[in-house]
Ligand binder design. Structure first.
Ligand code: FES
Ligand code: FES
Length: 162
């Protein structure tokens, strides 16, 4: 019998508890807990669709065992903002037509958030490098890179990180 362990996660500021086998990934656990905004692509670290912030750092949740995330702050794309009060990245992605099917976008936004937190004024090359672990089969990337630059400018104008 597979042994399960109780794990309590802090997701977008909310405490979430579940029982999971030791080999369960953070991606699987988050989706089982209803966080289907975290997308499942390759499940081997190639596509970035599953990216979340763990203590502010973007990680591939498909490569992270859930128990290693206990007690750490997990942020999904939903934790950044909502339709009434979108994060500048969410607003820029929506307004610039950066999403087509949208499947890659939660991971793209998380990777971009991680970039802007450490570099508020990235050049195009910085954006390309930061998103190089995130694959998109629809857009050709140009609109995505533009959206990140637009959001960076908006955040600088606001005068802060958020
Ligand atoms: S699903 Fe995690 S990197 Fe592709
Ligand atoms: S918008 Fe479809 S995979 Fe990126």
């Amino acid at each position: 019998m597979v042994q399960e362990k109780q794990v309590t996660l802090s997701v977008n500021g909310r405490s979430r508890t579940g029982r999971f086998p030791a080999h369960r990934t953070l991606l699987e656990a988050l989706r089982e807990l209803g966080h289907t905004e975290v997308k499942c692509g390759c499940e081997k670290g190639d596509c970035g669709a599953c990216a979340v912030l763990v203590d502010g750092k973007a990680v591939d949740s498909c490569l992270t065992l859930v128990w290693t995330a206990e007690g750490r702050a997990i942020t999904t794309v939903v934790g950044l903002g909502n339709a009434q009060s979108p994060h500048p990245l969410q607003k820029a992605f929506a307004e610039s037509g950066a999403a087509q099917c949208g499947y890659c976008i939660p991971g793209m936004v998380i990777a971009a958030k991680s970039l802007l937190d450490r570099n508020p004024d990235p050049g195009e090359e910085d954006v390309r490098i930061a998103l190089s672990g995130n694959l998109c089969r629809c857009t050709g990337y140009t609109k995505i890179f533009e959206a990140v630059s637009t959001a960076a400018a908006a955040l600088r104008e606001e005068g802060g990180v958020r």
